[in-house]
Design a protein around this ligand. Structure first.
Ligand code: AP5
Ligand code: MG
Length: 211
């Protein structure tokens, strides 16, 4: 598989994190999740903004991505999960891809809006390894406990119904234009995200491994 940048696009709850983790485990492309990276920063105003469902400034996020993609494990390509989310971020990524000499493929995980609410309000995460569960669709073996690390699962601050509404609006306003941007430039593929996780993975794998 040649070195490339994979951009996983999709609404909040579409399954970007779930699929990026599988691609990382099985195809060896590191997952770069700006949401996870921002949550790991101990900065109060970032946490407040994240919890509100609005976006962090382009400058902060671009800086994080620049630093992370400069690490050696990204030499053979990487998967971006949750970036770019604005046209400014997409343009910066194009510059970076050109400088690195890596082609870019954007893949939209397409999920009907009616499915997203249960995915988000039912999600629970492991505070140790960030494993993703769902009380409706992917429950842990023991109630509220991570299968992998045996610690209590947590709910994200932005996974409440009122915050989900803000995130969906933010997505429509600021991130949907990025999907059009990739479509216009002939770099967008679409997979049906309303299928079993493994079926979606197989669809993605075909696109990711295609030369
Ligand atoms: P981020 O963490 O990126 O959140 P998001 O885009 O809202 O996406 P999610 O993580 O909620 O969903 P996902 O698509 O990863 O779905 P998952 O696999 O978990 O961003 C959070 C915040 O950080 C932003 O609001 C912003 O403040 C800030 N931020 C991040 N990036 C930024 C950027 N570039 N610029 C500015 N600000 C930025 O799945 C969801 C649930 O569904 C899980 O419970 C899972 O188990 C379940 N599920 C997954 N697939 C399936 C399936 N096939 N069938 C049934 N259930 C499924
Ligand atoms: Mg995610």
């Amino acid at each position: 598989m040649s070195s490339k940048i994979i951009v996983l696009m999709g609404a909040p709850g579409a399954g970007k994190g779930t699929q990026a983790r599988l691609i990382q485990e099985r195809l060896g492309l590191p997952q770069i999740s700006t949401g996870d990276m921002l949550r790991a920063l101990a900065t109060e105003d970032i946490h407040t903004t994240q919890a509100s469902g609005r976006l962090i400034s382009d400058a902060v996020v671009i800086d994080l991505v620049r630093q992370r993609t400069a690490v050696d494990d990204c030499l053979n390509g990487y998967v971006l999960d949750g970036f770019p989310r604005t046209i400014v971020q997409a343009e910066m990524l194009d510059q970076m891809a050109a400088a690195e000499g890596k082609p870019l493929k954007a893949i939209l995980i397409d999920v009907a809006a009616s499915v997203l609410e249960k995915r988000l309000t039912g999600r629970r995460n492991c505070p140790v390894g960030n494993e993703i569960f769902n009380i409706y669709f992917k429950p842990p073996r023991t109630d509220s406990i991570c299968d992998e690390h045996g610690v209590p699962l947590r709910q994200r601050a932005d996974d409440t119904i009122d915050k989900v509404q803000v995130r969906l609006e933010t997505y429509e306003k600021q991130t949907a234009p990025v999907i059009d941007y990739y479509k216009r430039t002939g770099r967008l593929e679409i997979v049906d995200g309303d299928q079993e996780t493994e079926t979606i993975y197989e669809d993605l794998k075909k696109i990711v491994t295609k030369e």
